[in-house]
Design a protein around this ligand. Structure first.
Ligand code: 13P
Length: 292
């Protein structure tokens, strides 16, 4: 039985200087691939289900599969709600046995984000689960490229974009959240050009904030960028787009090799291994291999 609470997993990562991967899953092939990759590298891992993917993976149906898979895994696994937007979804995930939930109030005014996060913390405590919150906003790549927004404005001047270190400390104290997602220049999805990572800001946040820090928007970063971010205090890395692209490529390859293929099991046959390969590669870069 390897289902564990993410708090201990991330505090260990923080104190030993590595990051745990939180991979977003949309179906059983992804689940299988992520766990096979983590097991092959002896890495602790976080199985994430994002609220925006619930149309593809019904929470009430998929949750028991995630929990059962975690329980029988040979490495420590926690089961996490990613980007929870509504308290109702948080409650459903907690009722299903998730070990942590994210409540994302990052687009709200500060005091409203505090209020929403405090409420999620109250619900999670009653269920013995942990809460991730977000301050500063990790947005989509279409608007934020190389330190500038779509209109060309410097992101330093875009309200809510970068996390303020002092505000982050105040936020954690007021809300009691267990991990904090912060914005220091990454975006969700792949990058056009290179992101402008504000490492000194990350270090200032780490020095002021007494909980593990989370990086959203892991896809598209180089190994060297990951290492600098982890050295500056990142303990959890959220990762999805590269898995999605690799899975789609695997499907296209099968169809290209046999355009007459009709069997869906054959069409999907490369997805699990495509996901597994990326997971194996990333957990080695992030330092979580051989930590299970
Ligand atoms: P990527 O899709 O950029 O890997 O980001 C995933 C993420 O942050 C999910 O919360």
């Amino acid at each position: 039985m390897s289902l564990v609470n993410g708090v201990e997993m991330l505090w260990k990562a923080r104190s030993e200087g590595y990051a745990v991967g939180a991979f977003d899953l949309i179906n059983l092939e992804f689940l299988d691939g992520v766990l096979a990759g983590a097991a092959a590298r002896r890495a602790p891992v976080i199985l994430s289900l994002a609220e925006m993917h619930l149309d593809h993976a019904d929470l009430d149906l998929f949750a028991p599969a995630l929990i059962k898979a975690a329980e029988r895994a040979s490495v420590p696994v926690s089961v996490h709600l990613d980007h929870g937007e509504r308290l109702e979804t948080v409650e459903r995930a907690l009722a299903a046995g998730f070990t942590s939930v994210m409540i994302d109030g990052s687009a709200l005014p500060y005091e409203e984000n505090v209020r929403l996060t405090r409420e999620a913390v109250r619900l999670a405590r009653a269920a013995g689960a942990a809460v991730e919150a977000e301050l500063g906003h990790v947005a989509g790549r279409e608007f934020y490229v190389e330190g500038r927004d779509a209109a060309g404005a410097d992101l330093e001047d875009v309200p809510l974009f970068y996390t303020d270190p002092d505000q982050a400390a105040d936020f954690v104290e007021k809300t009691g959240c267990d991990f904090l997602a912060v914005s220091i220049g990454t975006v969700h999805g792949l990058y056009r050009g290179r992101p402008r990572l504000d490492i000194p800001r990350r270090e200032r946040i780490r020095d002021r904030v007494p909980v593990p820090l989370v990086l959203h928007g892991g896809s598209g970063l180089t190994d060297e960028e990951f290492r600098r971010l982890i050295a500056a205090g990142i303990s959890k890395i959220n990762f999805y787009t590269e898995l999605s692209h690799a899975a789609t490529r695997a499907i296209k390859d099968v169809i290209a090799a046999d355009p007459a293929v009709t069997g869906i099991t054959r069409v999907l046959s490369g997805v699990r291994d495509a996901v597994r390969r990326i997971v194996e590669e990333k957990v080695a870069v992030w330092g979580s291999a051989n930590r299970a």
